[in-house]
Ligand binder design. Structure first.
Ligand SMILES: NC(=O)c1ccc[n+]([C@@H]2O[C@H](COP(=O)([O-])OP(=O)(O)OC[C@H]3O[C@@H](n4cnc5c(N)ncnc54)[C@H](OP(=O)(O)O)[C@@H]3O)[C@@H](O)[C@H]2O)c1
Length: 232
């Protein structure tokens, strides 16, 4: 399916994968909506790229609902939602500060849930649309030093799998994207010096998401052997 003219809401689009995705979708003739928690960055980047932009902190439930309604009214029906906003936290669990733990869960996990809740009500009414949750290989394995980040993403993996089977028969595709290291500022922002020489580029990651959004016959569960008939 062509994404031409389709409205795609991208969260956390003021840098990294989200920004690359907005640029790519814009080049392809879709109508990406750039959103982010920092209003100054949102306005500047949306203007630079030539797309619409909205201030949106995904950790705030009421703001998610209000901004989604505003976009539906001002721009039109949201065809795609990319839950991309996310932050990193690393270090021994006992050294993680409670306020940082809360931020990671509020952004990575609850942010994805609030945005899905706000957008899915519109998509399900129309029986059309696609949601891509940017998860992580951190939700596929466990290792020391990333317990909270990992917990935040394992929760999103479960959420995504359940919603996928719940929404597919109602005409809406919900999928998870599981990248390994991507060369963005995510680690540096968290104060971690990470070697990103062998890492996916944000552009390559954004291409994967674009393919997921545009491939109508693709649902995540089919990759792990489930059939669309299993969902009904
Ligand atoms: N980089 C990797 O190696 C990697 C690997 C696997 C998965 N991921 C996932 O990929 C996604 C994108 O990360 P990235 O690598 O592109 O990192 P990034 O460049 O740091 O981008 C993260 C984006 O999320 C935004 N954000 C943070 N908290 C937010 C909030 N409460 N509300 C709205 N936006 C918020 C940031 O806004 P500001 O500009 O205001 O900071 C930024 O635009 C994340 O979910 C991350 O977990 C990344």
């Amino acid at each position: 399916m062509s994404l031409k003219g389709k409205i795609i809401l991208v969260t956390g689009a003021t840098s990294g994968i989200g920004m690359a995705l907005v640029q790519r979708l814009h080049r392809l003739g879709a109508r990406p909506v750039l959103t982010g928690r920092n209003e100054e960055k949102v306005v500047r980047l949306a203007q630079q790229i030539g797309v619409s932009g909205y201030k949106l902190d995904v950790s705030r439930e009421k703001e998610c609902r209000a901004v989604v309604s505003q976009i539906e009214q001002e721009q039109g029906p949201i065809h795609g939602l990319v839950n991309n906003a996310g932050i990193w936290l690393e270090g021994d669990f006992e050294a993680n500060r409670p306020q940082d733990i809360q931020k990671v869960i509020n952004t990575n996990t609850l942010g994805t849930i609030w945005m899905s809740h706000a957008v899915l009500s519109h998509m399900l009414k129309r029986r059309a649309g696609a949601v891509v949750n940017v998860v992580s290989t951190g939700a596929l394995y466990t290792r020391k030093g990333i317990s909270v980040y990992s917990a935040s993403k394992w929760a999103v993996r479960g959420f995504t799998g359940c919603l996928e089977v719940e929404c597919a028969p109602k005409g809406v595709r919900v999928m998870g994207f599981y990248p390994g290291k991507v060369a963005t500022n995510m680690y540096e922002i968290a104060g971690i010096d990470r070697d990103l020489e062998v890492a996916m580029t944000p552009e390559a990651a954004s291409e994967m998401i674009q393919i997921m959004l545009g491939s109508e016959n693709l649902v995540w569960g089919q990759v792990c052997g489930r059939n669309i008939k299993d969902y009904i």
